[in-house]
Design a protein around this ligand. Sequence first.
Ligand code: G16
Length: 542
Amino acid sequence: MLRTVAVTPFSDQKPGTSGLRKKVAVFQQPHYAETFIQAVFDEVGEARKGATLVIGGDGRFLNREVIGRAVRMAAANGYGRVLVGQGGILSTPAASHLIRLNKAAGGLILSASHNPGGPNGDFGIKYNIANGGPAPEAFTAAVHARSQALAEYRILDAAEIDLDRLGDTRLSDTVVQVVDPVADYAALMETLFDFDAIRAWREAGGRFVFDAMHAVTGPYATEIFERRLGFADCVSNGVPLEDFGGGHPDPNLIHAKALHDRLMGPGAPDLGAASDGDGDRNLIIGRGRFVNPSDSLAILAANAHLAPGYCDGIKGIARSMPTSRAADRVAEALGVELHETPTGWKFFGNLLDAGRVTLCGEESAGTGSDHVREKDGLWAILLWLNILAARRQSVDEIVREHWATYGRNYHGRHDYEGLDTEVAEGLVADLRAGLASLPGRSIDGVTVTAADDFAYHDPIDGSVSRHQGIRIDLAGGSRVVFRLSGTGTSGATLRMYLERYEPPEGDLDLDQVKALAPVVRLANELAGIAARTGRAEPDVVT
Ligand code: G16
């Protein structure tokens, strides 16, 4: 039976960099998730009638509960078919693939990505459109507006679907299909990479380990790395847990420290990797060599032709603005387009759809290609494995050869978390107001050559996204970028991105902290971080 439930709008349903992300307690308010989902369905409009909707999530606390409600709402809102991952599980890239494969109208992905889970953690809802990618800004803005005017939502009163049992169930006029979350995704990976070559590399002694961080990639990694590629017992923390085992499923050197230590220790494997809560980020560490995500994008772009899926070369590269410019040099050498977009995977969608770029990447450990419309952690790891198998060199050798060819873009990020929102916004506003006075300023021998407030002009649909970060160029190809995070759930997070370029004949082997120190001093002084925030040190340095 169809039920209409009256609601009063919630004032805080504005999506950020990647969907609506809030504390679990916020999502536990009666009707909170339903109001947002109804706003999405309303914005999809008539296109949902009889259409297919994909639903899945990263397995975190509340996942099953919200999926149950979303399925019954989809049935009440006229969708013809709903595809749900078994157990409520779908990695973000696998959901993107299912949307494309099934010509769905879109998909709901329930995840707060790398943010912690469990009753005291975070939850989130993302909507992806028919191309499989995150909804663009115009769509999310319209959803927000709609959420503020919503008076009711529609839901079917019906028994809960058994999410653990594969197969079809009819809910009124809607067919709900519980599908294997891994099979189609694993099949896609086999079309892109040379699994035989990777197996041969393993048989020749190549060793690989993967940390799934008790998040969504466990089942995918077990199937692909262990069963299909034969890396026995290579997956650790492979069972998705509602609270990620109490951990923080963010694949960086802090939260994946055990993996890092193993790769830096005696008898280390050739490659260690990890992914995040919803499977779209990647961490790559070779024996004795961490690969910075910006470098990883550049190296993957320079070597992609070694994998069957990219053997004809790449059409172009896109990177988010704060990502280092290492990939720019590869694009130049290959003679392909390079696009600089705002932070957020949604900005790559148009370029990928138009066939202008093949690879995309971000400093925040996201890399992907035109095979789906999301960043894809396991894809990046498989491409690295394919490159290792083809080149038969160590990660360290490959990275060093890359720098010796293109030069090295030292890159780091300082995050100041949980700042008072007004203080953080004031800091950025003042930097913006003072932009014109920056060129020519010099601190400790580092000179500002240009400064602007990054605005993106989408070359495909002509849309303009303003205020996407303060960009300060320094002499010699160095750079500082300031922006506020759009994914946090408490207070404001100021991100300060630092970059220094060394040409091939320069100092390629400096300690990263030392290499960036002059840029850090300049950045701190220009922004007045200590004085304004009272913080002597960043909370996170990556
Ligand atoms: C999301 C976006 C990424 C972005 C990252 C950090 O990733 O999809 O494009 O780089 O957040 O964004 P911010 O700097 O605004 O916090 P994910 O993996 O969290 O979905």
